[in-house]
Design a protein around this ligand. Structure first.
Ligand SMILES: *Cc1c(COP(=O)(O)O)cnc(C)c1O
Length: 393
């Protein structure tokens, strides 16, 4: 049994491409070409070169000595926070802009909620001199002013979504409408392992550089490529997909996915999709999502903007339902406390998304000789105001 995607675009029961007919040509063009293009030596060479010289890869695998002492186990941090732009998202946007170029596209669209994916997309568009339009809900534009300014500074146009709740799902609808109207010259850069096939697989493959590096880095440090545990936070699931990728079918390696429980799983203000989600269709794929009994998507909540998503990608829906990965849900308070602890034990201020993963030690006791790798998906600079307000710093 494989936990990777099958040739029909499914992870177990999840995935596929549930899209309007009008979108079919765009998605089909991508599906027919993405593996071929990724396998071209010139593509690989350019991708690797940019990851090295522009993003700053490989990101270090750091042995966290004081954290390890505190929890009496061996903890390594995969330092995605040290990438250019401060998180893992750029691994994917670099890959997709190269893909867009190979497909002959000249115009990039994206949608963003908190703005992090918008910034990562605007960054690579500037790098490649491509036109960039980022759809963003009007409410989110008001809430995320610094990221809106970054996108503009990078030369992107930020287009407000004015319909519905004026947040992420409305921005997604606008982006899809744009793509339908511009099928020839436009590529739609999706920011996580979500969306219709082949997006979840394509994004997972671009992020897989994370576990590819962990393997050789751990071999250097511990004499084995395999940790006992790999732990990552999950919004849509792309940083976790990257950290898990090369271990998916290696069941000696335990996988732990950490979701946001917001103010408590059953508080009505949460994003704990594995516990609360039911099978349904979101963003063009069949997966687990939070919904009302009559199938309306529930508004999610988390203190961390990147985890504030009502679904998970199909890979993770399958990892959950098969039991291949253990899913735990961490509240805002637990995450904030864990973020403060990492800052003061290791001198590393994590993104609040990543802080959720560090709260695993509230839940689970590890053995002294366990090797535990935590994917530190991003740095905390963007979240400083949140930390200031929470801790009254
Ligand atoms: C966007 C983001 C996430 C959540 O997205 P995934 O696709 O689940 O990885 C996690 N951490 C950081 C730092 C982010 O910016």
């Amino acid at each position: 049994m494989s936990f990777n995607i099958n040739d029909k675009g499914y992870y177990g029961d999840f995935g596929g491409a549930y899209i309007p007919e009008m979108l079919y040509p765009n998605v089909e063009e991508l599906r027919q070409n993405y593996l071929k293009i990724m396998a071209e030596p010139s593509f690989k060479e350019e991708f690797d070169q940019l990851l090295k010289d522009y993003v700053g890869r490989p990101s270090p695998l750091y042995f966290a000595k004081r954290l390890s002492n505190k929890y009496n186990t061996k903890i390594y941090l995969k330092r995605e926070d040290l990438n250019h732009t401060g998180a893992h998202k750029v691994n994917n946007t670099i890959g997709q802009i190269l893909m867009a170029q190979r497909l002959g596209k000249t115009r990039i669209i994206a949608e963003t909620g908190a703005g992090q994916h918008g910034v990562a997309t605007a960054t690579v568009c500037a790098l490649m001199g491509m036109e960039c339009i980022v759809y963003m809900g009007e409410i989110d534009i008001a809430r995320q002013a610094p990221n809106v300014a970054r996108m503009k500074m990078l030369g992107a146009e930020v287009r407000p979504a004015l319909s519905g709740s004026r947040t992420l799902k409305d921005a997604t609808n606008e982006a899809i409408r744009d793509w339908i109207n511009n099928p020839i010259d436009t590529h739609y850069i999706i920011g996580s392992v979500v969306g219709p096939h082949p997006y979840p697989d394509m994004v997972a493959r671009f992020q897989a550089v994370v576990s590819e590096e962990i393997k050789w880095q751990l071999k250097d440090k511990e004499g084995t490529e395999k940790p006992d545990y790999v732990i990552a936070c999950v919004g849509g699931g792309s940083n976790a997909a990257g950290a898990f990728y090369h271990y998916l079918d290696d069941t000696d390696v335990n996988l732990i996915a950490v979701e946001a429980a917001g103010k408590g799983i059953y508080s009505g203000e949460s994003a704990a999709t594995s516990v609360l989600g039911k099978e349904g269709i979101i963003h063009g794929s069949k997966t687990l999502l939070m919904q009302t009994p009559d199938g309306q998507i529930t508004e999610p909540y988390s203190i961390s903007a990147g985890l504030d998503y009502p679904g998970v990608g199909p890979m993770h829906a399958n990892l959950y339902t098969t039991g291949r990965a253990e899913f735990i849900s961490i509240t805002d308070d637990q995450a904030m406390t864990a973020g403060l602890e990492l800052s003061q034990l290791e001198g590393i201020i994590p993104a609040i998304e990543s802080s959720h993963a560090f709260a695993v030690f509230d839940y689970k006791k590890f053995n002294p000789d366990d090797v535990v790798v935590i994917n530190l998906s991003g740095r905390g600079d963007k979240d400083l105001q949140n930390y200031i307000d929470y801790f009254k710093l």
